[in-house]
Design a protein around this ligand. Structure first.
Ligand code: NAD
Length: 261
């Protein structure tokens, strides 16, 4: 348990990859600040289960990551409730798919706000405390779409490419402060975000969801299987470990070979 006594804030941790990252960090001893949307009773049950299973302190912030003031309150609250905020995982993200010429500007702005600006604002709020303590880990959940593009995902691809630029910049700025900043670039991970795309593809093409999943994998990944959310969680734990102490500004692909082509 290498993270005992540390506190990790994982944005968008009520579902999918974020929840798995939170679970893996807690299993390694970290106290948690959960964040994200969902049914209040279900979130409270999740909070209690994680605290009981791993013997760590778990709090929850309902902050909307598209809102600067709510992000500032969330980060300040994490420090106040836990004594310090040592690990920040910027994971909250949304998707919207349409060609550029019909891409709604409101959707563009929302994706940039949540998938990119929210990470910048959370980092801005968390970095001073990490620098003061001389230890910190910032992990940005980017995507294979931070490194390569796909059609009809202009806002998402732009935001994720931007997130990698932000990661590199933070890596340089914090290089001698004991704080690392790295990005994880997943390929296909079967979560509600991807399930919605599979359902849409199945409906559009008149095929089963299983056939849509096989098509998604075959189109993008040499390896024809989904990454499990827990495998992204394990990568996050590694990035928090001493073994990764000199890794910074890196985009780490966990993508079944997607960007090696
Ligand atoms: P998901 O839809 O299962 O979870 C998204 C989480 O973000 C949820 O907890 C949701 O409540 C939260 N969220 C959404 N909008 C928010 C907001 N405004 N404020 C606060 N929380 C908000 O999605 P996922 O697949 O687990 O995706 C998590 C991250 O991983 C995203 O950044 C996504 O781009 C990235 N990613 C996912 C995949 C994949 O295949 N699933 C691949 C590459 C990257």
């Amino acid at each position: 348990m290498t993270l005992k006594g540390k506190t990790a804030l994982v944005t968008g941790s009520t579902s999918g990859i974020g929840l798995a990252i939170a679970r893996c960090l807690a299993a390694d001893g970290a106290n948690l600040v959960l964040n994200g949307f969902g049914d209040a009773a279900a979130i409270a049950a999740q909070q209690a289960e994680l605290a009981k299973t791993y013997g760590v302190k778990v709090t929850y912030s309902p902050a909307d990551i598209s809102d600067a003031a709510q992000i500032a309150t969330m980060v300040a609250g994490a420090g106040a409730d836990h004594g310090s905020l040592d690990i920040l995982v910027n994971n909250a993200g949304i998707q919207f798919v349409a060609p550029i010429e019909s891409f709604p500007v409101a959707q563009w702005n929302k994706i940039i706000a949540i998938n990119l600006t929210g990470a910048f604002l959370a980092m801005q709020a968390a970095i001073p405390g990490m620098k003061a303590r001389g230890w910190g880990r910032i992990i940005n959940i980017a995507s294979a779409h931070g490194l390569v593009a796909s059609g009809e995902k202009s806002a998402y691809v732009a935001a994720k490419h931007g997130l990698l630029g932000l990661t590199k910049t933070a890596g340089i700025e914090l290089a001698n402060a004991g704080v690392t900043c790295n990005a994880i670039c997943p390929g296909w991970v079967l979560t509600p975000l991807v399930q919605a795309q599979l359902d849409a593809r199945a409906a559009r093409d008149g095929i089963t969801v299983e056939q849509a999943a096989a098509a998604f994998l075959a189109e993008k990944q040499p390896m024809h299987k989904f990454t499990a959310p827990e495998q992204i969680g394990a990568t996050a734990v590694f990035l928090c470990s001493d073994g990764a102490a000199t890794m910074t500004g890196v985009a780490l692909s966990v993508d079944g070979g997607w960007v090696s082509q």
